[in-house]
Design a protein around this ligand. Structure first.
Ligand code: SME
Length: 166
């Protein structure tokens, strides 16, 4: 890995990189109730610490996922629930790990360079599905159980940021 690539410097051990990122996100979210500020800072920390190709958020509004804070090239603004990997993760209410996006039926190629991805469900403190955290790589099979654990830990930190919905 190239250590000059990010401002923060990369930590070679991925588990350790997630542990540092989780602490940093906890500190940034602590005392800040605004959802967009917190999603923005979370994806910025993850992009810097893990050197992701693309990372972003989608918020569930009705039957659509709407693009939220992200880092990387432009992305689809709106994805229908159930469509693509993002829509499937939100509809199923579970993390989806895709080693080869070309083998996933209905994958939406916002950036043709994407080869693998992981989508983690974002839930509020009442456990309701509110969106997804989508991470894409330009390498095949880039994500594993360490990514799942790390990103799900971030999703839990963000749970209290969602505005109440009755
Ligand atoms: N990969 C996603 C589409 C969104 S972007 O790539 C940013 C999907 O198939 O759900």
């Amino acid at each position: 890995m190239e250590s000059e690539k990010t401002l923060y410097g990369l930590i070679a051990d991925k588990r350790e990189a997630y542990s540092v990122a989780v602490s940093e996100i906890e500190a940034l979210v602590d005392g800040e109730p605004d959802l967009i500020a917190n999603l923005g800072n979370a994806v910025a920390v993850l992009r810097e610490r893990l050197d992701f190709f693309w990372i972003g958020t989608y918020r569930l509004e009705g039957d659509d996922l709407l693009l939220g804070p992200f880092q990387g090239t432009t992305a689809c603004s709106r994805i229908a629930l159930g469509r693509g990997v993002c829509g499937a993760a939100a509809a199923r209410g579970e993390t989806i790990l895709v080693p080869d996006v070309h083998a996933f039926p209905g994958h939406i190629a916002c950036d043709a360079r994407s080869r693998s991805e992981i989508d983690v469900v974002l839930r509020d403190s009442e456990g309701r599905v509110r969106g997804v955290l989508d991470v894409d790589s330009d390498r095949p099979s880039a994500f594993d159980e360490i990514d799942r654990e790390g990103l799900e830990a971030v999703a839990r930190i963000l749970a209290t940021s969602w505005p109440r919905r009755d």
